[in-house]
Design a protein around this ligand. Structure first.
Ligand SMILES: Cc1ncc(COP(=O)(O)O)c(C=O)c1O
Length: 373
């Protein structure tokens, strides 16, 4: 039996989600744009899913657009706000996911907006005073793009505080909530956000489907030109079973949120305790006590064997990650760890937990790690 501790990269599909999806695949083949009965049935499934997402976030259904995942949602928020909302300055951080950082690179290269990076403290937390100063320093139309939880080190953004700073300064606020969606409560009626993103495969749903929330006050133009799908915002026949899978997974995540969170938080605290007892040289990256419960980034002193740590863990049946999964295969090192601990020779592993993990799995990891250092 393998031990899967890479749940920030992706999560296994919930069997109830699979059942909902296969039912759609087997029975609902209509094109949601068709006006006949099959088409109307398919359309009804999508609109029901949209309602589920909107209810979970306490926003209106017209503010939710389904996408191919978090990457597309983040690209859309950044690029459309420059193209359609007159944004000429984006304030972001060097610790964002590559889909944000690389979108910023292309915006910068096109010369259509200035990009500023907010300061971070030694633990990787966003410097809110610096953000406030930057917001006050210019009157130009600004978008702040900061992630809710960092996918590599788990640091959490104080969403309400950043939202209040952006609102006070009249700036748009995009939050990459891919790692927190379904894990932390988000109430968009109480907290002002311009754009946020979600990806089903991070909360036990299918891969290749996500959504973007676009606040009603922001009139952006289509991201993908095509038919009238997604109320003209994103052409292309909808991924109906993916969308139904996303909504089923989100509904279940919201219903079991507290229970799952308590289980995962206890696992993380237990693992931290066991690792510290066994390996006094271990260091936890970021701000693990205050961070997202599902992520624990650890670093170990450099050693010859350490180079092969991830591979040895994999051979021992343990799946973890060196940084974000998106860069695995190309060993370029993590930009997040590189920014926080420049030049550090230590080896970094990201463990990320789900409510399916157990303490005995973690005991096995603590024990097996010994022979690999
Ligand atoms: C914080 C964050 N943003 C965005 C993404 C991209 O999401 P997707 O895989 O749905 O494109 C990921 C996935 O790794 C992520 O962790």
């Amino acid at each position: 039996m393998r031990i899967f501790l890479d749940n920030a990269a992706t999560t296994p599909l919930d069997p109830a989600v699979l059942a909902a999806m296969t039912e759609v695949m087997a029975k609902h083949y209509g094109n949601p744009s068709s006006i006949h009965a099959e088409g109307r049935q398919a359309r009804a499934l999508i609109e029901k899913a949209r309602k589920t997402v909107a209810n979970t976030l306490n926003c209106s259904i017209g503010e939710i657009f389904f996408t191919s995942g978090g990457t597309e949602a983040n690209n859309m928020a950044l690029k459309n706000s420059v193209r359609d909302l007159g944004v000429t300055r984006i304030i972001s951080s060097p610790l964002e996911h590559h889909c944000v950082l690389h979108s910023l690179d292309s915006i910068r290269a096109a010369g259509v907006a200035r990009i500023e990076m907010v300061g971070t403290d030694a633990k990787g937390n966003i410097d809110l005073a610096d953000l406030e100063q930057r917001l006050a320093a210019s009157q130009e139309k600004t978008l702040v793009s900061l992630m809710h939880a960092n996918n590599e080190i788990g640091n959490l953004l104080p969403l309400e505080k950043v939202s209040a700073l952006c609102t006070a300064a009249g700036a748009y606020f995009h939050c990459d909530t891919v790692q927190t969606m379904g894990f932390l409560p988000i109430d968009l009626n109480a907290t002002q956000v311009s754009f946020l993103s979600g990806s089903a495969h991070k909360f036990y749903g299918p891969k290749g489907v996500g959504f973007i929330y676009v606040n009603n006050n922001n009139q952006i133009k289509p991201y993908l030109d095509g038919g009238a799908q997604e109320r003209n915002m994103r052409g292309g026949t909808e991924n109906i079973y993916g969308i139904v899978g996303l909504a089923t997974a989100l509904e279940r995540a919201a219903a079991e949120r507290e229970q799952r969170a308590a289980t995962i938080a206890e696992l993380k605290a237990y693992f931290m305790r066991r690792l510290t007892e066994q390996y006094p040289d271990i260091r936890f990256n970021g701000d693990p006590e205050n961070g997202m419960f599902k992520v624990l980034s650890v670093s170990l002193p450099a050693s010859a064997k350490g180079e092969l740590l991830l591979m040895n863990l994999d051979m021992a049946g343990i799946s973890a990650s060196g940084g974000s999964a998106c860069s695995s295969g190309i060993d370029v090192g993590s930009h997040v760890i590189g920014h926080l601990y420049p030049g550090s020779p230590r080896h970094t592993i990201r463990f990320s937990f789900s409510h399916h993990n157990t303490k005995s799995e973690l005991d096995a990891v603590v024990e097996k790690l010994g022979g690999m250092l």
